[in-house]
Write a protein that binds this ligand. Structure first.
Ligand code: DX5
Ligand code: ZN
Length: 216
């Protein structure tokens, strides 16, 4: 069954600990943590200190999505803060094999992410060495954007390239009850959802709806 990873970017930052507890109770499978440096994307979020402070609020895996130009200087801090998976962008300004081995050195799951218009085939050389691909279905940088359908054909294409390898496909951006079913059908294993979960009145219902792939 598809897993749901609520993105805390859409949470109430004044009550982050409580928000994490709420999504845990509501049936989330992972916590998606969006880190932005104001350079790779035109927005800033937070650093490892915040991740360390929210770590005691849940047992769920922390999936850290680094939207930064130079991830290498940050990886150790996020590992120590409690990350379970670290995802870097293929479009980052650093050597990808170096970043993959750095994350592996710490024994964490390795993710590679691509923007909506980056070629899926650019991921091929790295597929044997990574645990997940985070397919962006919006331009990274902001929550609450509209899903770009181009992501659907990319998920399907990626699925073919992955073949029998054990690489999970996550999709990130504009996920709601209208867009989730198509993502699941295309082959997504994990749905990252910020606004749809955190702006809903009932987190549990929102998560259930995404998991069931029910159109409403
Ligand atoms: C965008 C982030 C996403 C974002 C998703 O740069 O990577 O994780 O928070 O937000 P929604 O679900 O609101 O599109
Ligand atoms: Zn993200």
């Amino acid at each position: 069954m598809v897993q749901i990873a609520p993105s805390i970017l859409a949470a109430d930052f004044a009550n982050l600990g409580k928000e994490i507890q709420k999504i845990t109770k509501a049936g989330a499978d992972q916590v998606h943590i969006d880190v932005m440096d104001g350079l790779f994307v035109p927005n800033l979020t937070f650093g490892a200190v915040v991740v360390k402070d929210i770590r005691p609020y849940t047992m769920l895996p922390f999936d850290v999505h680094l939207m930064v130009k130079k991830p290498s200087v940050l990886i150790k801090d996020f590992v120590e803060a409690g990350a379970d998976a670290i995802t870097v962008h293929l479009e980052a300004d650093e050597d990808i094999p170096m970043l993959i081995s750095l994350i592996k050195k710490y024994g964490k799951r390795v993710g590679l992410s691509i923007r909506p218009h980056t070629k899926v085939s650019d991921l091929i050389p790295y597929l044997p060495d990574i645990d997940l691909v985070l397919m962006m279905s919006v331009e990274p940088g902001f929550g609450g954007q509209q899903f770009q359908p181009i992501a659907l054909q990319k998920i399907a294409q990626l699925k073919e390239f992955i073949g029998r390898k054990k690489v999970q496909i996550s999709v990130d951006g504009g996920i709601n009850d209208q867009t989730a079913p198509a993502c699941i059908l295309a082959g997504a294993d994990v749905l990252v959802a910020g606004s749809y979960v955190f702006k809903s009145k009932n987190y549990q219902k929102a998560i259930e709806r995404l998991k069931e792939g029910v159109q409403k």
